[in-house]
Design a protein around this ligand. Sequence first.
Ligand SMILES: Nc1ncnc2c1ncn2[C@@H]1O[C@H](COP(=O)(O)OP(=O)(O)OP(=O)(O)O)[C@@H](O)[C@H]1O
Ligand SMILES: [Mg+2]
Length: 274
Amino acid sequence: MVSTQQDSAAHPVHSDARDAIVIDGVSKVFRPRRGGTVTALENMSLTIAEGEIVSLIGPSGCGKSTLLMLVAGLDTPTAGTVTVRDAQVNKPNPDVGVVFQKDLLFDWRTVIENVLTPFVMRGQSPKQHVRRARDLLAQVGLAGFEDRRPYELSGGMRQRVALCRGLIQDPDVLLLDEPFAALDALTREQMQLDLQKLVVGSRKTGVLVTHDIAEAVFLSDRIAVMSARPSRIVEIIDVDLPRPRTAEVRESPEFATTHARVHSLFKKLGVLHG
Ligand SMILES: Nc1ncnc2c1ncn2[C@@H]1O[C@H](COP(=O)(O)OP(=O)(O)OP(=O)(O)O)[C@@H](O)[C@H]1O
Ligand SMILES: [Mg+2]
C-alpha cells in the first residue's frame, strides 16, 4: 500500500499502462536577483502511468508549483529530465493542459474567448473549436455564460472556465495547481465531481497539486507526500477506492483510513503540530 521514493518508479494502480510522465532525478535551483540560491527540488523522481491521477501534497513552498511548471515545459530543470509520453520536455506541449494556481483569465475577453485562448496563443484560428468550447462549458454548468466577461462571474465559475481552458485542446495530460483552493466547501465538492467526470471519464492522466488531504484522497489513484524544501517525496500512498467515486465514498472506512495515513505522515514530518 505504501511505497517509498526508492520504489516510486513503479505504479501499482495501472501496472499494465504505459508511462505518461517520467520525472527522473530532477533538481531545480533558483538564483534570485537579490543573490543566494533556493533549492526548490532536489533529485526528485516520480513516474505516473497513463490514465492515472496523482496528487502532490506538501507544505507551502516545497516546490509543488515548480514541479508542475517543469512538467508543463514552462521552466527547465537544473538537473535531471522530465519526459511526457516518451518525449523529453523542453517547451510547452499542446498535449499537456495546465490549470494554474490563480485562474489567470483575461477580463477583457469573453468566457468563450478565454477558453479558446490556447489556440490563439499558438497562432491558430479558434473557429473550429467553438463547439467543443461550448460543450465543455455546458458540462461544467456554464451554458449561457459564453459571452459574459470573467469579472461578471463568481470565483467558482471562473475556476470552471479555467478548467475548460485547460481541457480545450483535449490534452492527454492535465496539470492542476490547487485549482479549487479559493472556493467554498460546497462549490469545491461539486468541482471535484466535475473534474472526476471530465478527467477520469476520458482516461486522461492528471497531476493535482493540493493542500487538502480529503481532496487528494477523493480524486487520486496515488498521493505523493512531499517534505519541506529542499523537497523530496517522502511516501507514495495508494488510494484503493473504486471509481467513479460518489460523495458517499467520503463516509467509507477506506476513505477515513487513507486520510488518516496522510494526516499522520504530516504530523511525523512536523508539518502539522498538535
Ligand atoms: N521564479 C522564482 N525565483 C526564485 N525563487 C522561486 C521562484 N519560483 C519559486 N521559487 C521558490 O521555490 C520554492 C518553491 O516554490 P513553489 O511555488 O514551487 O512552492 P509550492 O509548493 O507551490 O508552494 P505553495 O503551496 O505555497 O503554492 C519557494 O521557496 C519559492 O520561493
Ligand atoms: Mg504553489
